[in-house]
Design a protein around this ligand. Structure first.
Ligand SMILES: Nc1ncnc2c1ncn2[C@@H]1O[C@H](COP(=O)(O)OP(=O)(O)OP(=O)(O)O)[C@@H](O)[C@H]1O
Length: 304
């Protein structure tokens, strides 16, 4: 069996008295999109930085396609592209010139790929403008273009859609899905469980420097509590009483209506029961998705 794009075990990293990462294992297979989610300060960026060889672990080992930073030096990053935190560029140079500098450092065929990666990242039109004038989203796109210059088989992205507007997020998600379809392994961190749900095959949820969940998206869904909905009716006390009669549905009164927890098919039964009982449904909106519920259940109370 060929070596996995990422095989990391027992990773630990301290900063003074702070234990940023307290013993994490991670495996990412080819063509998989692996999400790393967790609250602020959970240790996501430190983990990605250790995997990219930017931060040295106090304990544990990272193997990228079987190579280690300690034994293989810069060669450990052959076939690996990515960035942690916001990607940095020269503001007085154009996007294209910044990529040309990086391509010269990388060598190989990187120079020939500049035009193509600018297009892929949706920056074709802005390639000739100085980076100093770029928006946060455009810098993010340039970071992605830079990561793609290396024609990676493994892409490591720290919050790649932060700072992007909805259409930018959609573009980046489509690009990640397309690359994964071509066999590229992608490890990305995200605060957005909807994005993780949309994009990822596998998920590691980190809290307080530990992996509190590591598995497939389907397994995470299996652990998820029922989603929550906000419900406004013509008669909340009657609706509350009716909820007790529908199996699988729980409801509680809130200042602005009711909060109802139920799997979707049970929710349908409840809404039909409300109609039959003459209770008007004025508004029904998703408050928290099942996956967000799982995220909160796993990370609440963790020392993050
Ligand atoms: N260079 C550093 N020096 C000191 N402490 C650090 C350093 N880098 C990270 N930390 C600390 O390590 C912990 C984990 O930080 P990290 O940035 O890895 O978390 P994160 O999950 O990426 O958070 P966020 O979602 O806010 O980006 C935090 O308590 C942070 O303050």
């Amino acid at each position: 069996m060929p070596d996995a794009p990422i095989e990391a075990s027992g990773l630990v990293r301290r900063f003074g008295a702070t234990v940023a990462v307290a013993g994490v294992d991670l495996r990412v297979g080819p063509g998989r999109v692996h999400g790393m989610a967790g609250p602020n300060g959970a240790g996501k960026t430190t983990l990605l930085a250790m995997i990219l060889g930017l931060v040295r672990p106090d304990a544990g080992e990272v193997r990228l396609f079987g190579r280690t930073h300690a034994a293989d030096g810069a060669r450990a990053l052959d076939g690996v592209g990515g960035f942690v935190e916001a990607p940095a560029f020269y503001p007085y140079l154009t996007g294209r010139a910044n990529l040309a500098l990086l391509a010269d450092l990388d060598g190989g065929g990187a120079r020939d790929r500049i035009g193509a990666v600018l297009e892929l990242a949706g920056l074709g039109a802005a390639a000739g403008a100085r980076v100093g004038g770029y928006s946060v989203g455009m810098r993010q796109r340039l970071g992605l273009a830079a990561a793609l210059l290396r024609d990676p088989r493994l892409l490591i992205l720290d919050e790649p859609t932060s700072g992007l507007d909805p259409s930018g997020r959609r573009d980046v998600r489509a690009l990640v899905a397309r690359l994964a379809g071509e066999g590229v392994a992608v490890l990305l961190s995200s605060h957005d469980m909807d994005e993780v749900e949309d994009l990822c095959d596998d998920v590691t949820i980190v809290a307080g420097g530990r992996a509190v969940f590591d598995g497939t998206l389907a397994e995470l869904r299996g652990r998820a509590p029922a989603p929550a909905f906000r419900l406004a009716t013509g008669d909340d006390p009657a609706a509350l009483a009716l909820a007790a009669d529908v199996p699988g549905v729980t409801a509680e009164a809130r200042d602005d209506g009711l909060l109802v927890r139920a799997p979707r098919e049970r929710l349908d039964a409840y809404v039909i029961a409300l109609g039959r009982a003459g209770v008007a449904v004025r508004a029904l909106a998703l408050e928290s998705s099942a996956l967000r519920g799982a995220f909160f259940a796993l990370t609440e109370g963790a020392d993050a």
